[in-house]
Design a protein around this ligand. Structure first.
Ligand SMILES: Cc1cc2nc3c(=O)[nH]c(=O)nc-3n(C[C@H](O)[C@H](O)[C@H](O)COP(=O)(O)OP(=O)(O)OC[C@H]3O[C@@H](n4cnc5c(N)ncnc54)[C@H](O)[C@@H]3O)c2cc1C
Length: 555
């Protein structure tokens, strides 16, 4: 029986203190904080965990330097505190990174003024990062020759945090923490309807993978449906003071644009005087983001979006050849769920980028529903704590918050892992020179679960081999993913537990040796079906993969 099957069985048979609808960052932290404090919790998502907004972020953990432009000082202060807290709790997963902003004649601020802003940001951020600096044009030319300085007046450098892996994996780490604390979690399970009677909710759920519907019961509900919270509340006849409006943002993943030694985020003002970024992602750069008002959460990257971002980059960077559509390796697109007061009109006359990015949490005491509106990855610990406080106020008894439901294991545990890895010379198994040491990688991605990986490699060194030529994943990681990461479809692994789909060209994936073995480890006898689902049909499985699977029709 798979992990998901076991959890589906629990959904069918148990009654929960709280059922959480939505497994993006807000639902995931709610599950981790409630389960970590002793509640009987279930969390479901109609897609994979983090498959919607939470996989489309900029991967930044930041205090919101750009919100200083709107003088949102309390928000910046709060976000800086959240950033500091998160960076302290996740020292290996969130790293400090420099933001290298170049300013020219068309920028809204002169370098000296931006320098004052960065100093204020550093002070508001309680000096938790490296000190900001003002950059001359010569500095910029010397330190990052890829920036076109022909119109530059200078720049600034300030610091924030970046998720080393990706947002979706970070979200999953909270789902995993919730499971470790006894929570029930299932992806591809949709909340179809819910009714409250006799002091509890009876919720009809649908297994999206099989089409089966079944009921579960819970005393309270957390609506963490992100851009869909209003629709879900409406379905239950619930009225709220807040509602969501949408701002679309896109990123494009392209080959690395900066020099290797310069591991920084480049920041520029675009033609509409909004900040946009070139963000490092391993051997790639991620360019973005846009901020466009839209009326639906379902969006896609348009030709205009691409033309806009490529144009902005080519105008501000001195690349060997201009960036073109052919350079795009992957696209990311999502809507920021922004919170507004329901009675405050339709906001059609408001500058969209100036709408606040705060979250709001509302509780309906008679129906026992807590709704999370908006939010940021950066603020996730606060969301977890605030949701738990609301659920406690609804009568679910919780253990005291010892703040141990989040964060990486203690330094002593880390030291022991590094000691064991050193003794068995784990890093000698690394085959690609331009990748990080395996010890760092395994510890960051798996924490305590990485001890079992060392054991498996000691027993069978083949477990330390790269499983796919084009990606940085060991065989042992796949076995762990199959057992513990609730990978239901191949895309869950390729796009969210790992970031292979984001950083490897489609063609390289299609021709990659090892993909069939990946599918076999993850899905056993179901490998062919899952590969077919991933490639858009069993007949579309590439010949190289078919050959590896031993299927007819292999090229
Ligand atoms: C372009 C962009 C860049 C961003 N950059 C950053 C950044 O760098 N740093 C930062 O801190 N924040 C950033 N954000 C903000 C952050 O990503 C979002 O605020 C956050 O991910 C929202 O999470 P969520 O859990 O509310 O929503 P989601 O991640 O959308 O999760 C909601 C989930 O609910 C599920 N759901 C809905 N209805 C049902 C149902 N009936 N049954 C079951 N499941 C259901 C959906 O499937 C979905 O997975 C960015 C956002 C965008 C769009």
């Amino acid at each position: 029986m798979t992990l998901r099957d076991r959890h589906l069985e629990r959904l069918r048979t148990e009654t929960f203190d709280t059922l959480i609808i939505g497994g993006g960052i807000n639902g995931a932290v709610a599950a981790a904080s409630l389960a970590g404090r002793g509640a009987q919790v279930a969390v479901v998502d109609r897609g994979d965990f983090a498959h919607f907004t939470s996989q489309a972020s900029s991967n930044l953990v930041w205090g919101g330097f750009k919100y200083l432009e709107n003088y949102e000082l309390p928000l910046v202060w709060k976000l800086c505190r959240s950033r500091n807290h998160l960076m302290k709790a996740y020292p290996d997963n969130i790293k400090q990174i420099g933001f290298y902003a170049t300013l020219d004649e068309t920028s809204p601020y002169k370098p000296w003024f931006a320098g004052l802003g960065s100093l204020a940001y550093w002070i508001i951020g309680m000096f938790a990062t490296r000190r900001p600096r003002v950059l001359s044009t010569e500095h910029i030319e010397r330190e990052e020759p890829a920036i076109d300085t022909s119109n530059a007046l200078g720049g600034i450098e300030y610091y924030d945090g970046i998720l080393v892996d990706n947002d979706a994996r970070f979200v999953f780490s909270f789902v995993r923490a919730a499971i470790d604390a006894g929570a029930t979690a299932a992806n591809y399970v949709e909340m179809v309807s819910a009714e409250r009677a006799g002091g509890q909710w009876t919720v009809t759920l649908r297994d999206v993978d099989t089409g089966e519907t079944f009921a579960t019961t819970a005393r309270t509900i957390v609506n963490a449906a992100g851009p869909f919270v209003d629709g879900v509340n409406q379905q239950w006849g619930l009225t709220t003071d807040h509602r969501i409006v949408y701002s679309k943002g896109i990123h494009l993943v392209v080959p690395r644009l900066t020099t290797t030694e310069h591991h920084k985020v480049l920041a520029f003002f675009d033609d509409s005087q909004r900040l946009f970024y070139v963000i490092p992602m391993g051997r790639r750069s991620v360019i973005g983001t846009t901020d466009t008002r839209v009326d639906t959460p379902f969006t896609e990257v348009t030709d205009d979006d691409i033309a806009f971002l490529l144009g902005q980059i080519n105008a501000r960077m001195d690349l060997a050849a201009p960036l073109t559509r052919a350079d795009i390796i992957a696209e990311r697109c999502g809507v920021r769920p922004l919170v507004v007061k329901r009675r405050s009109g339709d906001h059609s006359d408001v500058d969209w980028t100036k709408l606040s990015r705060k979250h709001a949490i509302e509780s309906d005491r008679s129906r026992c529903v807590v709704t999370v509106f908006g939010g940021k990855l950066t603020d996730c610990i606060n969301v977890g704590e605030e949701v738990a406080a609301e659920i406690e106020a609804l009568g679910v008894p919780l253990e005291p918050d010892l703040h141990n439901w989040y964060g990486e294991p203690a330094a002593a545990t880390r030291d022991e892992f590094y000691r064991q890895a050193r003794l068995m010379q784990l890093d000698r198994y690394r085959t690609k020179a331009d990748t990080e040491p395996l010890t760092d990688r395994l510890w960051r991605r798996y924490g305590r679960r990485a001890f079992a990986m060392l054991e498996a490699i000691r027993e069978d060194p083949r477990m330390a081999e790269d499983i796919m030529g084009s990606a940085d994943y060991l065989r042992v990681e796949l076995h762990a993913a199959a057992r513990t990461e609730m990978v239901t479809r191949l895309e869950d692994f390729m796009r969210r537990r790992s970031k292979i789909d984001l950083v490897v060209h489609d063609d390289d994936i299609r021709n990659s040796t090892g993909l069939a073995e990946v599918a076999e480890i993850l899905f056993g006898t179901d490998a062919e079906r899952r590969l077919g689902e991933y490639f858009g049909g069993v007949d579309d499985i590439p010949p190289a993969v078919r050959a590896e699977l031993g299927l007819a029709g292999a090229g």
